[in-house]
Ligand binder design. Structure first.
Ligand SMILES: NC(=O)c1ccc[n+]([C@@H]2O[C@H](COP(=O)([O-])OP(=O)(O)OC[C@H]3O[C@@H](n4cnc5c(N)ncnc54)[C@H](OP(=O)(O)O)[C@@H]3O)[C@@H](O)[C@H]2O)c1
Length: 313
């Protein structure tokens, strides 16, 4: 496993983080708590020390049980609550109470990164004015160690909240952003600022539906051609990213997609979620892999240069 320092924190985190949400939710969509606990523990045994969950995922208990018995300082736990609560803006008191709920389910007395979850642009100003001061107090009390925010990437894949937010405010220790082969726009709009300010970065959407299901990728490429955002002469219609598995570049599209994100300058941790233990092991190998060859990286950058409108979901 590869490790790095997470931005301005002193956390020595694994470059692969276990994503405990997404479509798979550690397999807990089928209610399999024991299976989810096994995935958490296997990830730790593979060298992963960064675990990302959230109040809304229903996986905090699995993370707590999977990490039980491991000295607390050996792992980094990231969790989140939304800036809204039951369709209203969350008050700072509600946010504090919800954090207490997270701590109880996780079985710990602090979290390493506490994020506002999936904040759309319309809730950003409120979050900074009313919730961040309380997050600072929680940090002073030792209940959280770093303050984070995550994008609402499916409806807002153009970083319209995060990019201006980072420019205006220096309160974020860590941010979670969407970045993938398919939407590389954060390279220009977000990552230069996080690097300059030493804000830690967690990459989500490295592999999602379009990069794990061949038909979904073909549909997405057709949509991008229709919208004039990609050039149909740049790729094969029936196997748009087939060149990634040719000539031994990578064993699978997922492997190439993870390695592409892993070696993007400015990205600290690449999150990878699964309910399948074989996928977990495969992804742990991919996320220790070499950078893709330069000509392949250049080709991917060229094909998707104008795309900032899709998440790949
Ligand atoms: N706004 C937010 O705060 C937000 C939003 C989204 C995600 N997140 C966080 O980021 C993490 C990562 O999310 P993500 O969007 O990148 O998706 P993800 O949760 O990592 O999901 C990846 C998808 O690809 C499949 N997959 C994984 N490895 C594979 C492999 N080797 N071969 C084939 N299929 C594979 C998984 O299905 P299988 O179960 O079948 O492997 C899953 O459906 C989440 O778990 C969550 O912690 C945060």
């Amino acid at each position: 496993m590869l490790y790095t320092t997470l931005g301005r924190t002193d956390f020595n985190v694994s470059r692969m983080g276990l994503g405990c949400g997404g479509h798979s939710r550690l397999g807990m969509r089928n209610g399999d708590l024991a299976g989810a606990v096994r995935i958490v523990r296997e990830a730790y045994d593979l060298g992963v020390n960064f675990f990302d969950t959230a109040e809304s995922y229903g996986t905090e208990e699995a993370v707590g049980k999977g990490l039980a018995g491991i000295p607390r300082e050996k792992v980094f736990i990231s969790t989140k609550v939304g800036a809204t609560w039951e369709d209203e803006k969350s008050t700072s008191l509600q946010m504090r109470e919800r954090l207490e709920g997270c701590l109880g389910r996780l079985g710990t007395d602090y979290v390493d990164v506490f994020h506002l979850h999936g904040v759309p642009l319309r809730d950003y100003a409120y979050s900074v004015e009313f919730l961040v001061p309380e997050m600072i107090r929680l940090k002073e009390e030792g209940k959280i160690r770093a303050i984070g925010i995550t994008e609402s990437f499916i409806p807002e894949p153009d970083h319209r909240m995060l990019a201006p937010g980072l420019l205006a405010d220096d309160c974020w220790d860590v941010v979670m952003l969407g970045f993938s082969v398919l939407n590389q726009s954060a390279r220009h709009s977000v990552l230069p600022m996080t690097m300059e300010r030493k804000v830690g970065t967690l990459c989500m959407f490295a592999v999602r539906r379009a990069l794990s299901q061949p038909e979904a990728l073909i549909d997405l490429m057709n949509q991008l051609v229709q919208e004039d955002l990609v050039d149909p002469y740049d790729f094969e219609h029936f196997d748009p990213l087939g060149f990634l598995t040719e000539s031994g570049v990578a064993g699978s599209i997922q492997e190439a997609a993870y390695r592409y994100c892993l070696w993007e300058p400015g990205i600290d941790v690449v999150l990878s979620g699964t309910g399948n233990i074989e996928h977990l092991r495969e992804n742990a190998r991919s996320l220790c892999g070499e950078p893709l060859p330069d000509e392949v990286r250049r080709r991917l950058a060229k094909i998707f240069a104008h795309v900032d409108s899709v998440s790949g979901n």
